[in-house]
Ligand binder design. Structure first.
Ligand code: G
Ligand code: G
Ligand code: MN
Ligand code: NA
Length: 254
C-alpha cells in the first residue's frame, strides 16, 4: 500500500523521472540511440526502481497514466535534443502489457507525439516477448498499426519467453533485443555463446537489427561483435542517466 500511495502521489505531482541509457555501436562504441527507463523520484525518500512499482502499477491500472507521463516526458526531451542536434537515432520507450492492449493505443501515442511536436520516426517502442505472445494475432494488428505511423518496434527480453519462430517471422518489428541472461555467460558456457550466435544469424536473416543488453565488460563486447551483433547497451558503456547527465555523457568523446 505504501508503494501504491507513493505512486499515486508521484503521478499527481509529476514526480515520475525518466532516465536514459545510451545504445552504442559495437564496432566503434559510438552512440547510436537511447532507451528511456522510468524511476519514481520521491522528494525526501529518494529514487525507487521499476522492479518495486511496475508490477503494482500494472495490477492497479496506474501503469496507463504512468506510461503516458513517461512517453510525454521522453518526447519532450527528445524533441529538444533533436532540435539542438545533440542526439541521433531513436529513443526507445518500454510498453507494458496493459498499455499494449488499450483499444486506442495508436491514437493516444500519436496525440502525444503531435502535442510534443516529435516526429514518429524518432520513436521506437519496446514490447516484451511475453506481452506479444499472449495474443499474437492481435499483437500483429497493433504492431502493424504503429508501424504504419512510422514508429519502430523492438522485441524486448528476447529469449526469455516463448516466441514461436513462425510468429517471429510475421511480427512487423525492426529490432530484436537479446536479454541480459544470454550475455552474462557469453564467455563461459559454449551453449550461451552458440545461442547468441544463432539468434543474431536468425535476426539478420529476417532483416532485423540486434541489440545485446546488459553488457558489463569488454570481453563480452568483443565476443558479441565477433558474433556479428552490431549494437549494445550496458553498464560498460553507461548506466541509465538523468537527462542532464545523459547530454553530458554523449557530448564527451569516449
Ligand atoms: O531500469 P530497470 O532495469 O530497473 O528496469 C526494470 C524493468 O522495468 C525492465 O524490465 C524495464 O523494461 C521496465 N521498465 C523501465 N522503464 C519502464 C517504463 O517506462 N514502462 C514500462 N512499462 N516498463 C519499464
Ligand atoms: O527489460 P528491459 O530490457 O527494458 O530493462 C532494462 C533494465 O536493465 C533496466 O532496468 C536497466 O537499468 C538495466 N540495465 C541496463 N544495463 C545493465 C547492465 O549492464 N547490468 C545490469 N545488471 N542491468 C542493466
Ligand atoms: Mn527495454
Ligand atoms: Na530487455
Amino acid at each position: 500500500l505504501q508503494v501504491e500511495n507513493q505512486l499515486r502521489l508521484a503521478l499527481r505531482n509529476k514526480h515520475i523521472q525518466v532516465m536514459y541509457q545510451p545504445k552504442v555501436s559495437l564496432r566503434n562504441y559510438e552512440f547510436v540511440g537511447l532507451e528511456a527507463l522510468v524511476r519514481l523520484n520521491i522528494p525526501g525518500t529518494g529514487v525507487i526502481n521499476p522492479s518495486e512499482f511496475i508490477p503494482l502499477a500494472e495490477e492497479t491500472g496506474l501503469i496507463i497514466e504512468m506510461g503516458e507521463q513517461v512517453l510525454r516526458q521522453t518526447c519532450r526531451d527528445m524533441r529538444q535534443w533533436v532540435e539542438q542536434g545533440t542526439v541521433q537515432g531513436r529513443v526507445a520507450v518500454n510498453l507494458s502489457a496493459k498499455q499494449f492492449v488499450q483499444p486506442d493505443l495508436t491514437k493516444r501515442i500519436m496525440a502525444i507525439l503531435n502535442e510534443e511536436k516529435l516526429a514518429p520516426e524518432y520513436l521506437e517502442l519496446e514490447i516484451t516477448e511475453g506481452v506479444v505472445m499472449e495474443d499474437p494475432e492481435r499483437a500483429i494488428e497493433i504492431m502493424t498499426e504503429l508501424n504504419q505511423c512510422g514508429i519502430h518496434l523492438a522485441l524486448d527480453d528476447f529469449g526469455t519467453g516463448y516466441s514461436s519462430l513462425a510468429y517471429l517471422k510475421r511480427f512487423p518489428i525492426q529490432t530484436l533485443k537479446i536479454d541480459k541472461a544470454f550475455v552474462d555467460d557469453i564467455n563461459g558456457a559454449d551453449r550461451d555463446r552458440n545461442m547468441v550466435a544463432s539468434i543474431v544469424a536468425m535476426a539478420h536473416n529476417m532483416g532485423l537489427d540486434v541489440v545485446a543488453e546488459g553488457v558489463v565488460n569488454t570481453a563480452q563486447a568483443s565476443t558479441l561483435s565477433r558474433l556479428s551483433c552490431e549494437f549494445a547497451q550496458g553498464y560498460l558503456f553507461a548506466e541509465p542517466l538523468s537527462s542532464e547527465a545523459f547530454v553530458q555523457h554523449i557530448s564527451v568523446p569516449a
